[in-house]
Design a protein around this ligand. Sequence first.
Ligand SMILES: *Cc1c(COP(=O)(O)O)cnc(C)c1O
Ligand SMILES: [Zn+2]
Length: 427
Amino acid sequence: MDFAIDAAAPAVPDCADDGTWLACIACDETFAPFEAVRYTCDECDGLLEVRYADPPTFDEFGTGASTDGPDRGVWRYREGLPFDLGVTLPEGDTPLHRVPRIKEAVGVDALRIKHEGMNPTGSFKDRGMTVGVRVAKELGVGALACASTGNTSAALAAYGGRGGMQTLVLLPEGKVAAGKIAQASLHGARILEVDGNFDACLDIVQELAARGEAYLLNSLNPFRLEGQKTIGFEILEEFYADYGVFPDRIVLPVGNAGNTSALYKGFRELVQSGALDPDEVPKLTGVQAEGAAPMVEAVEEGNDEIRRWEEVETRATAIRIGNPVNAPKALPGIRNTGGTAVAVSDPEITAAQRHLASEGVGVEPASAASLAGLKKLRREGVVDDDERVVCLTTGHLLKDPDAAYEAGGDPEPVPNDADAVVDHLHD
Ligand SMILES: *Cc1c(COP(=O)(O)O)cnc(C)c1O
Ligand SMILES: [Zn+2]
C-alpha cells in the first residue's frame, strides 16, 4: 500500500491546558486552547487542529462493550473531546440503516447508511455545535455567527439559543432550502441574506469574527470538527457490532470538507492510541456535485491545494461550495487512507435520493450524493464487489421540501366521492 497513517502521538507543548492544545497543521506552531479566540495560526494563517496528550482508547473500542454506558451519542466519546459535556439537545447516536435492496442493486458485500439527518435539527452540524457552543461558553463570548448553505445556520440557531447566546447567520440569497431558513428563523437567529454564494458569505463572516463582532462557528473552527469526528467512531463501532470487522470504505458528500477532515482526525487518534490498526482505517471517499467539484479536481490532478471555483451550481445546495476551507486537512485524509473523490450530476443525485427514499430513508439532495457517488465508482470499477461500504447521509429529507416534491410523484386530484375515487384508481 502506498499510503500511511502517522501512528506517533504528538509531544505535549507547554501551552497545553489539561492535556489539550491547538496546533497549526502547516507550521506546527502550538497555542493554548481557551486563552484567546483564535481560528487560524497566528504565524502563517494555517488551519488549526485540537490535539490531546492522550489519544482516546475507548475501553474495548469496537467490541460493542463500550456502548453499554449510561450516555449516548457525541458525549459518550468524551474521552476524545475537550470537555466532558457540552450544550446538548442531545445529538449523535444516529441509525446505521440496512438497505438490502439498494445493496443488491449496487453490488457490494455490505452497505449501510449512516443517517445523520436523524440529529436534533436534522443534520450532522449538531455534533459540531454541541462542542463549539461549549467552547464559546468557555471563552466567555456572548454572540455566535456563521456563514451557511443552511444546515449550519439551523444548528447554530438552536444550540446558540439553548446556550443563551445571540446568533447571527449569513446565507446566500435564494440558495438555501426552505426547511433550513425556517429553523434558523424560529430558533431566533438574526438572518442576513447576502447577494453572493456561500464562499462570499464565509469571507464576510470571517471578517466580522476578526473584528470581534461574534464567535465564528463554521467548520474552520477546529472545535466543531471534534464533535463531528464522533460520526466516525459511531460508524466503526456500530458496523463492527454487526459484522465483526470495520468497513472498508466510507463514502460521504463534501462541501467545506469538514467531515472528511474530522473523520480522518478521529481515525488517526484511534491509530495513535492503538485502538485501531492502520490497515483497518476505512478509505475516505468524497463526493461532490459536478457543478461544485474543486476537491475532486484536486484529487484527480494530484494537487496539494484546491483551485477556488468562483461559479458553482447544483440542486444539492448544502454542497454548493467552490472553496472548501478544510481542503488542507481533507486532501491528506483522502490520500492517506487510500480513498478517492468523485463528482456526480444533479440527475444522479436525484435518482439516489429516490432510491434511498424507496427503502424508507429520507434524505436531502446533498446527502444522496454519497450513494450516487458509490454507484458511479462501482460502474467505473473503482469500488470492488467484495467491499463493505458505509454511505453517510448528512441531512433529513424535510430540510428541502421543494427538492423532495420535485423528486417524488405528483398528488392526483380526485372528486369528493368514493365511487369516483375507485374509478380513478382503476383507470
Ligand atoms: C454541511 C453539509 C454538507 C457538507 O459537509 P462538509 O463537512 O462541509 O464537507 C453536506 N451535506 C449536508 C446536508 C450538509 O448540511
Ligand atoms: Zn502556522
